[in-house]
Design a protein around this ligand. Structure first.
Ligand SMILES: CC(C)(COP(=O)(O)OP(=O)(O)OC[C@H]1O[C@@H](n2cnc3c(N)ncnc32)[C@H](O)[C@@H]1OP(=O)(O)O)[C@@H](O)C(=O)NCCC(=O)NCCS
Length: 200
């Protein structure tokens, strides 16, 4: 098994070339427009080179970390999770996630993946703040944010225009000390080997 962020049920690892091919699960999720109700992938056609360019950006620039979510039992690649717009000076990052394999939805997978990613961000990458944005129409994603301690901090009005309507974007966020005292132990318990504490 690949070793990076190894959890009890799921693990988060860097992608390999075979995860990006036309026959990969990842490719098929991006072709599945039913997953795109609240995101913006379907506006442009998918291709291996587009996926490759995104992957390459994650390996070449330090403001993006892209990890696959893998099911430990089957080894299946079932989703992705990212830190984007990483600002190392101010020690903050934007978090985003995608569960691609629908057969795993509603089982708490994204909740676990986000808790693991936030633990990694706060303890290994020395972030002080992790934030995200979710459309106010997306009840399941807002529920995930609530369960992982990404608290509502604000609302950007009519931020998205999708499927013919505007919707607000909720700004959600967490700061390290508060989050660690509330969610740190819960998140740590999800790992087989928790990322090392590296705080400056
Ligand atoms: C939305 C998404 C992130 C949820 O992932 P998941 O692994 O199924 O989420 P979890 O099982 O960890 O948690 C989902 C929670 O939302 C709840 N939920 C699901 N549908 C809901 C709905 N329509 N209304 C309210 N709550 C809902 C679930 O009951 C669960 O809460 P619970 O554990 O208290 O029962 C995932 O389906 C996804 O990535 N979808 C496609 C892309 C996308 O929308 N990405 C997010 C962009 S912000």
């Amino acid at each position: 098994m690949k070793q990076f962020l190894v959890g009890n049920r799921i693990s988060l690892h860097g992608l390999r070339p075979e995860d990006l091919t036309v026959n990969s699960p990842y490719y098929s999720w991006l072709e599945d427009l039913s997953l795109d109700q609240y995101t913006e992938r379907s506006y442009f056609p998918n291709s291996e080179s587009r996926m490759r360019a995104y992957y390459d950006a994650s390996t070449k620039n330090q403001s993006l970390i892209l990890l696959g979510i893998f099911d430990n039992d089957s080894g299946k690649h079932i989703g992705n999770i990212t830190f984007q717009d990483i600002n190392w000076l101010n020690r903050r990052a934007f978090i985003a996630y995608l569960l691609g394999d629908d057969s795993f939805s509603g089982k708490g997978i994204v909740t676990e993946a986000v808790l693991m990613m936030m633990y990694y961000g706060f303890n290994r990458l020395n972030f002080n703040r992790i934030y995200g944005g979710v459309t106010a129409l997306h009840a399941a994603s807002m529920k995930v944010c609530e369960k992982v301690g990404l608290k509502e901090e604000g609302r950007m009005r009519q931020h998205f225009f999708r499927n013919g309507e505007f919707s607000d974007s909720l700004v959600v966020g967490a700061v390290r000390d508060e989050w660690m005292s509330e969610f740190g132990n819960k998140a740590k318990d999800l790992f087989q080997i928790p990322p090392t504490y590296q705080r400056l």
